[in-house]
Ligand binder design. Structure first.
Ligand code: NDP
Length: 298
């Protein structure tokens, strides 16, 4: 992969974004007399989620921000979780609230997320932020699609007039991604599990975003020559003989995409952007809550 100019190095881009965020924190502290704060709420003891929450906490502290972590038992009741969200809404030291999804089955993701103060909704999942994005107003936008957009604009500059296909229509990735691309003047198609003749649609796309969760579903001959491919999928293959864990692959058959002009690898493409954008969104939320103009260059 090294030296291949097609490869979009999300890891390096994310590291630079995290540096820019960290560089902008002291000016905020100077004005607001406090650090920006991010609260992450996890319900249940899923080890992978715990690792993820801990790494978010570490990244938050490394950026010079305050990290608040709330790990609640799996049997937490809906009212208890909502009470915590309300407490965080009222806490002046908290600028961003992220509830790790999906919640255990007995809890209602939408009802809980709906209680987050939209000004602190750094995951961009409340109705107010969805509406603001749809209206092309200043919204807090879900971190992963926002990160994809940054990589696209970094690589392509102005996206006006380009044909974009987004495969996937989740609230977290596909839908906001499509909205961001429309706002950037692309002509956007959204595909999903009921789409007919997906390969033909894909072959027309100058920008192809795959956010499905099916290992290497997008084949080389689905990709138009010169297209820019953003692979959001994270899929673990079954271990090959002698391997302890299977390899991580995306939704795109990376090795078959040699005629793409640019492509994000998995791992090391979109993945690292998510935490970097979470920190960025927290800093932006802190500025807006403090009535300070948005930080520049983020
Ligand atoms: P969801 O499962 O919520 O959504 C998947 C979407 O893919 C759905 O809209 C579904 O369609 C569509 N889909 C399923 N099968 C097909 C098919 N055969 N053809 C076309 N479309 C299909 O997943 P997410 O959006 O949350 O995540 C997508 C992927 O991105 C996952 O691999 C996830 O791990 C990864 N991810 C990576 C992140 C990162 O940081 N890099 C962050 C978030 C997610 P339908 O609506 O009809 O069911």
């Amino acid at each position: 992969m090294g030296g291949d100019s097609r490869v979009i190095d999300g890891k390096a881009f994310a590291a630079r974004l995290r540096e820019r965020v960290a560089d902008a924190v002291p000016a905020f502290v100077e004005r607001a007399r406090r650090k920006p704060g991010l609260a992450v709420v996890l319900v249940g003891e899923d080890p992978a989620s715990q690792v993820y929450v801990r790494s978010k906490g570490k990244a938050t502290v490394a950026a010079g921000m305050e990290s608040f972590q709330h790990v609640l038992p799996a049997e937490t009741r809906q009212e208890e979780l909502i009470a915590l969200v309300e407490k965080l809404n009222a806490d002046e030291a908290v600028d961003g609230i992220l509830v790790q999804l999906p919640l255990p089955d007995h809890l209602d993701d939408k009802a809980v997320v709906g209680r987050i103060d939209p000004a602190k909704d750094v995951d961009g999942l409340t109705a107010e932020n969805i509406a603001r994005l749809a209206n092309n107003d200043d919204a807090l936008v879900p971190c992963t699609p926002q990160g994809c957009m940054m990589l696209l604009e970094d690589r392509l500059g102005d996206l006006t007039g380009l044909d974009a296909l987004v495969i996937g229509r989740s609230q977290l990735v596909g839908r906001p991604m499509a909205q961001l691309l429309v706002n950037a003047n692309c002509t956007v198609t959204i595909a999903h599990s009921r789409t007919r003749d997906l390969p033909a649609l894909a072959r027309r796309a100058d920008i192809l975003v795959a956010a499905v969760g099916r290992a290497e579903m997008v084949k080389g001959d689905w990709i138009k020559a010169g297209a820019t491919v953003i692979d959001v999928g994270i899929n673990r293959l079954d271990p090959a003989p002698g391997e302890e864990r299977g390899r991580l692959v995306g939704d795109v058959a990376f090795a078959e995409a040699e005629h793409a002009a640019a492509i994000t690898p998995v791992p090391g493409g979109v993945g690292p952007m998510t935490i970097a954008v979470l920190l960025r969104n927290t800093l932006v939320a802190a500025h807006r809550r403090a009535g300070v103009a948005d930080p520049q260059g983020l």
